[in-house]
Each structure stands twice: as C-alpha cells, then as structure tokens.
Design a protein around this ligand. Structure first.
Ligand SMILES: Cc1ncc(COP(=O)(O)O)c(C=O)c1O
Length: 398
C-alpha cells in the first residue's frame, strides 16, 4: 500500500523525507557505505578507530557482571550525576546540584532533541552558527521553529559580531552554539561568548551550548559559556562521553542547567528514551574521575593527529584550515581544480581511496554555494591510518 495525501503535507516526519517520499540517506551514511564498498579509508564519519581507556571499558563489563542491566533512573544514575558534578567543579569551578541540575541523556543527540522540544514553540526563532551539526536543523524543523543562522566563513570560521547582533532579536528563543565547533574546528573566543550572553540577556533568550568536544582543544583550555558572568542562570550546557572516552557507540551524554530549565527538558526526555545505557553510566563515572594526565593526553594525542593530516592535506595540494579543537579539519579542493566538493567526495574513493564529506552537508540549501569546494576530514584515527590517507591523497597531484 502506498500512503499519500493529507498526512504527508503536514506530518513532521514527512518533512525529513526526500522529494520522492523516501528516506534520504544522510551524506554520512552514503559516504560510509562508499568507504566500505570501495575499501577506502573512512575520514568521513567522526568516530575514533581505537578503544578508550581500559579502566572505563572494564567498568562497563564489571557493571554487566554485577547485574546493572535494567532501567536506570530517568534522570541518570546517582553515581554518574555525582561524577558530572565533580567534573564541573574540578575543571571549571562550577557548582551544579547533582539531583536538580544534571540530566543524563542518550548522547548529546537526545540532549539536543529534548532541549529543543522542551524550550521552543512553533514559530519561535532559534539562532545557530552555520555550518551546523546536522541534527540541529532537523530538530528545529520538526518543531516548526524558524532557524536563523550566523555564517562562519573561511579561513578562520569565526562569526562576525555584527552578524550575531543582527541575528538575535526579541523573537529569539534559543541561541544554540557549538564550541569547539563541528565541522570547522573553530573555538569561539571569550569575547564572542560574552557577546552571546549579553544578547541573551538583552533579548531574554536562553543559550544552549553544545560542548561535546570540551576536552579536545589544542591551544587553550576550554571555556564553558556557563562560567561567564551572568550566563549560568540562562544556559543549558550539553556534553557527551563519546568524544572524550572514545565511546561514541555508548551514547551517554548529559545536560547541566538551572533546575527550572532542566525539569522542563526532563519532562520531554522521559518520553523520548526515558533512560538508557545502565552499565555504561557507572563506567563513564570512572572516566570522568580519571587523573588530569588522561585529559591532557587525549587532547595532545589528537593534536598530533591533526598535525599529521594537516601536513598530508597541505602536501597533497589542498587549502587547509587550522582547527583549534574537535575531530575535524576543513580542506579546500579548489587549488586542485575541484570546485564542487559534493561531487569530489563521490569521486575521491576512486581517485585516492579516501572518504570525506562536503561542508555543504552542514549548511542550508540556500547557502551551499559559499562552501562549494570545502570538505571535512576526520582526524580522530590512528596515525598510521592518517599517514596512509595522506600518501594516497598525494596521488591527486600526479
Ligand atoms: C557537535 C556535535 N553535537 C552532538 C553530537 C552527537 O553526540 P552523541 O553521539 O553523544 O549523541 C556530535 C557527534 O558527532 C557532534 O559533533
């Protein structure tokens, strides 16, 4: 039976289908499938190819052996909420109440979904940076929210402060930022964060800050928005264990926010997943309590990987960005004569046995031209893999 008619004009799920009414594979799915089909090195999707700390993995195994296999509490297990509180105090000198101001979620993805559903109404405006992580636009679209953006332009991918001032108005409900930033690797300077907080005050908006790469900064320690003067009471901070502990498949994320906001988000979250990842929650609590050297080494290691891929891409003839944090580097294929990154990404497995994703995947259709020749590569891979990818990409010049 083929369904058609009124439902598809109004149903929110239908909005995410393609023009032919079918599920559109995301560019990440398409490129990962291409990597498998061609035996290419997959620098498209951002997941590490090495396991995280042995203590964390062992703690999960132990939890399963100990029978931690049933529904955990909806707001998260006390052991993890307490560990998140201790982490916020240790790294940022922030005091959050583990019972009232911390919520464990099914990854940052559920945290974002629950926050957007809980804090916006149809017709509200939400301001994000652009390019943006793809779930932002999907969730804003599902909630029929008007999506305003502030462009991040090459080479440094920092927002223009006047553009920011112009984008935030009394209609703005949320200013949703991501810092360190996927896909550009930009880290927002404190002055920009301060302006965002000031604009939120001026227009009575809430700051939602996606800080999943908080421990992966290369030049300076991460500055959470919530630590800035006047920010805490109107800031929802989202993070995730996946990036810090190489456990992207566990989908353990969390939110810290003032009680009133957190309770509204929890009210929605309890009907999304209710709860997830029982044996992984105590394991991530172990991770968050690891010594400072662990956190230092994670960032230093990733910085070294960034340098390997950056040098490889430069030698291959790409224009290359200078990421200050996160998993990704932006490469410009124009100097090699390729001006359409989406088409280039589809050719790249054949040309060099490497997969990347076009930056246009993180941009609204009307703004794609501006990012035409740019693509994103993930460097959260083993150094030998990055070296091999670099050597293969060097063939592009020949
Ligand atoms: C900026 C950003 N936010 C959120 C997520 C999703 O995180 P999680 O896997 O914890 O749901 C990602 C994952 O790539 C990301 O890059």
């Amino acid at each position: 039976m083929t369904l058609s008619g009124a439902w598809s004009r109004t149903a929110r799920g239908a909005m995410l289908l393609g023009d032919d009414g079918r599920l559109q594979q995301t560019i990440f799915g398409e490129m990962s499938a291409l990597a498998v089909a061609t035996g290419s090195i997959n620098l498209g999707q951002g997941f590490p190819d090495e396991d995280g700390p042995a203590e964390v993995l062992e703690a999960a195994r132990q939890a399963i052996r100990d029978g931690v296999n049933q529904y955990p509490p909806g707001n998260g297990m006390p052991v993890l909420r307490n560990a998140i509180t201790a982490h916020q105090r240790r790294f940022y000198n922030l005091d959050v109440d583990p019972d009232l101001e911390v919520l464990v979620t099914a990854g940052a993805t559920e945290a974002l979904a629950a926050t957007i559903l809980a804090l916006t109404d149809e017709g509200d405006e939400v301001v994000t940076l652009e390019p943006f992580y793809d779930s932002y636009a999907a969730m804003l679209g599902l909630n029929k929210v008007i999506h305003r953006t502030v462009a991040l332009r090459a080479p440094d991918f920092q927002p223009d402060l006047d553009d920011l001032r112009a984008a935030v108005t009394d209609r703005t409900r949320l200013i949703l930022i991501n810092n360190p930033h996927n896909p550009t690797g930009a880290v927002l300077p404190v002055e920009t964060l301060q302006l965002i907080v000031a604009l939120a005050h001026e227009h009575d908006a809430i700051v939602v800050t996606d800080e999943v790469y908080e421990h992966l900064t290369f030049d300076a320690p991460h500055v959470p928005v919530a630590t800035l003067a006047g920010a805490r009471e109107r800031t929802v901070t989202i993070s995730s264990a996946g990036k810090t502990f190489n456990t992207t498949g566990w989908k353990i994320g969390w939110i810290t926010a003032p009680t009133e906001l957190l309770q509204a988000i929890l009210a929605v979250k309890q009907y999304l997943t209710f709860a997830n990842g029982a044996p992984f929650q105590p394991a991530i609590a172990v991770g968050l309590a690891l010594p400072d050297t662990f956190f230092h080494n994670v960032a230093a290691d990733l910085r070294g990987k960034r340098d390997v891929l950056s040098a490889g891409l430069t030698a291959a003839g790409f224009g290359v960005s200078a990421p200050q944090g996160g998993y990704f580097i932006v490469a410009d294929a124009a100097p090699l004569g390729f001006h359409d990154a989406a088409a280039f990404c589809r050719q790249l497995p054949q040309l060099a046995g490497v997969v990347g994703v076009p930056l246009s995947a993180f941009v609204r259709p009307q703004n794609r031209a501006e990012y035409g020749s740019l693509l994103r590569f993930a460097f959260c891979k083993r150094k030998d893999v990055l070296e091999r990818a670099s050597a293969q990409l060097a063939d592009l010049r020949r």
